[in-house]
Write a protein that binds this ligand. Structure first.
Ligand code: AMP
Length: 217
């Protein structure tokens, strides 16, 4: 079974949802740099204050900050993980490879969740998120509204600032410019680990496909 998994993909491609489901099924810790950063922002920490202006606008926080947050997480939790939202630049991917090779714990699975821009816009326009546990819900589908309690942990649900249409357009641009090249990087360095899945299929179909990769490949 795979132990060090990276989920790549554009905003709202289901990385968080699928990582949560994989974590529950296989007992591998799920870590989302976006969730960690939002929690730092909500608690008003120095790191959160530094990250806030970038995340609000849909821009990436500087590489050093993202790397620091993930390195701290690994030093506290070890090297079994499902990363969701990291790495998001080639510099971050190179740093991760270096850090993991120093620990003799290389990545063993890379999954790209592909989704069209049209579907990304549709999903982000109806998405509600929990700042506490990171769960996301589709508002009309789940008949939830902003301010309601998260069905999973009870905290208040919010509409993320960066799910506003202007910020989503920015995030798409940033994804194309900085994060899509990470896929190219892994195509060069670890093509045998890389698998693409159509995230436009239903959540269950995507989960079945990636569970098979985690368990068998
Ligand atoms: P997410 O919840 O994954 O959509 O991330 C929300 C926001 O957090 C992103 O738009 C970035 O501003 C920031 N962020 C999350 N992960 C990273 C990362 N690996 N590198 C830089 N910025 C990040």
């Amino acid at each position: 079974m795979k132990q060090r998994i990276v989920l790549l993909g554009p905003p709202a491609s289901g990385k968080g949802t699928q990582a949560d489901r994989l974590a529950a099924k296989f007992g591998i810790p799920h870590v989302s740099t976006g969730v960690l950063l939002r929690s730092e922002c909500a608690r008003g920490t120095i790191l959160g204050q530094a990250a806030d202006s970038w995340t609000r606008q849909g821009l990436l926080v500087p590489d050093e900050l993202a790397i620091r947050i993930i390195t701290t997480w690994m030093s506290e939790h070890g090297t079994r993980f499902i990363f969701d939202g990291f790495p998001r630049s080639v510099a971050q991917a190179e740093h991760l490879d270096l850090a993991l090779s120093g620990l003799a714990a290389p990545l063993d699975l890379l999954i790209v969740l592909d989704l069209t821009d049209e579907e990304i816009r549709r999903r982000t326009s109806s998405r509600l998120s929990c700042l506490n546990c990171g769960a996301t819900f589709s508002a009309p589908l789940d008949t939830l509204a902003e301010g309601w309690n998260c069905p999973r942990c009870g905290a208040a649900l919010i509409r993320r600032d960066d799910d506003r249409p202007e910020a989503v357009e920015k995030r798409l641009e940033v994804y194309r410019e900085l994060t899509a090249p990470v896929i190219g990087y892994y195509e060069q360095t670890s093509p045998h680990l890389l698998h693409r899945v159509n995230a436009g299929e239903g959540s269950d179909a995507v989960f079945t496909a990636i569970s098979t990769l985690v368990f068998l490949k």
